[in-house]
Ligand binder design. Sequence first.
Ligand code: EPU
Length: 459
Amino acid sequence: MADSASSLTKDASKAGERVGLKSDKITIHGGKPLRGTVDVRGAKNLVTKAMVAALLGESPSVLQGVPMISDVKIVRDMLGVYGVRVSSPDDGVLVLDPTNVERAHFTEIDALAGASRIPILFCGPLLHRLGEALIPDLGGCRIGDRPIDFHMDALRAFGAIVDKSYEGIRITAPDGLKGANIELPYPSVGATEQVLLTAVRAEGVTELKNAAIEPEIMDLIAVLQKMGAIIWLEPNRTIFIEGVEHLEGYTHRAIFDRNEAASWASAALATGGDIVVKGARQPELMTFLNVFRKVGGKFDVQEDGIRFWHPGGPLSPVQVETDVHPGFMTDWQQPLIVALSQAEGVSVVHETVYENRLGFTSALNEMGADIVVHQDGLESVTRRVPRRKLEQAAVITGPSKLHGADVHVPDLRGGFSYLIAALAAEGTSTVSNLGIISRGYEGFVEKLEGLGADFEFAG
Ligand code: EPU
């Protein structure tokens, strides 16, 4: 436990260093509304996958709207290990040249492991290009057990052989990869991407049932279609992929980061502020906007973004269940919970996607919030999402007067919610392990400065 905690902290500070974060600790003087404009660029959860897709092309790809976040840097380094030349992001544009893909040494792959979960998505492309993929221990946010069984089962269905060794997982495909009929036990985002990235160059047709249909997945399909793939979207979460022999590079502007947009919206609400999120779009945020409105937030959809603000007066409690798209995303609940701590009455957030994504709330309680986590979830007559075994529920009673505290960032979204809570709280807070936030929030320090936040780097 101590080992994994210290390696997590190491990963976090490395993540911060990768994007030039001055320090891993920040002191925030809260109690002031955030006001101003922020720009959001491409979604972390599309950009990193589109970068992997470039491996499948026989010519260079150009990806636009790339944010300067450490997850992008990690995937860039991983691609470099396999001989893909990736330019430095210049004004959000990456050029990825996969013409000289080569085998990598396990030590090189392993050196980058622990920092991200994206390496798992290299499997299909590497099997097509090199006939072998080595998967080290995976990183990403510690938000409960994050198994990879759907991924491995899907790869086996394509004809891959999966061997576990002391180094990690070695996957080979001596007879090539063949189209398969796959039904996912749950509409997993990563497993759907795994199937897409593998099926596009497999021989024959793949039918994927119970696929994830998140907007970032639709954008990945758009990338693959630009490369030459043939992918049919059918009703009821079914996707057909006709394998092709060659794929070319693409030019693509990444879909905006709706998780970042929703985070700033919640920051406006929790601090009693007013934030214009440039680059945010309504269609991908519909479910979030419904909840934002029910809580009492106001928004105005503009041509190039969305303005979110607290109109004054009390906020209302809500009941929310996280779900796969088009439901309320699991990545939206953490910042929202801070705003719900200011609502008048009892709110309930059911986390149904991950098994341990409410642990971050204990630090909010240290700051004065009243949040009780039910580890086995809660029954509710009004809920729409079916209960899952792994789910938990948070009961948030408000309004609470938040005060400053010293808090340590546990994961990406929980960490951003600590920043919001510290900004909303009376008094001074210290937020440490800040590097984790740079995994997914581009220039968050500069953005906070632009919104009038009062803070300085500590230690
Ligand atoms: N699952 C399995 N077995 C698998 C794969 C998934 O049981 O082989 C389970 C998971 O344990 C979880 C559920 O399926 O209970 C959903 O997981 P999913 O595979 O959809 O998540 P993911 O692909 O690992 C991505 C995002 C997450 C986001 C989720 C849900 C990336 C890199 N990560 O994770 O984003 O929360 O989809 O939309 O795209 C974040 O950005 O902070 C983040 C964690």
